[in-house]
Design a protein around this ligand. Structure first.
Ligand SMILES: [Zn+2]
Length: 127
């Protein structure tokens, strides 16, 4: 998928409401996107954003329901065990991925079980 194919696909899937904020490199390189419809900015791989249904952007849910659900579960588990005010912020989580933190570093930053982050990394093909 080259840049113009990607942009055509993006417009087809989102009707022009989702725009990339960085230059497209390839379908596996994470970009920052903005959705004009719900106003969210979110990170995603081009192959996901225009990929399978559950990997796409859903308005009001920056990461789609697949990862969104998982992050909610992580937060709930974490809340119950430790600090009630500690919740994984998806923006924070994605910023760490964006900045190339390892899963161990992310787990440390967010004070969660590294295995949870590791699973996510495996799913994403990051390790
Ligand atoms: Zn949206």
């Amino acid at each position: 998928m080259n840049r113009s194919e990607f942009e055509a696909k993006l417009n087809e899937v989102y009707g022009g409401t989702v725009k990339p904020l960085n230059s497209y490199i390839n379908e596996r390189a994470t970009l920052c996107f903005k959705c004009e419809q719900c106003g969210l900015k979110f990170f995603g791989k081009p192959s996901h954003i225009v990929g399978k249904e559950h990997q796409r952007h859903e308005c009001g849910m920056p990461y789609g329901d697949h990862y969104g659900e998982r992050l909610t579960k992580v937060s709930v588990t974490h809340n119950r065990k430790k600090n009630k005010s500690a919740v994984i912020k998806p923006e924070e989580f994605n910023r760490l991925i964006w900045e190339d933190y390892s899963y161990q570093q992310i787990a440390q930053e967010l004070q969660v079980n590294p295995n949870i982050i590791k699973d996510y990394f495996k799913d994403e093909g990051l390790i």
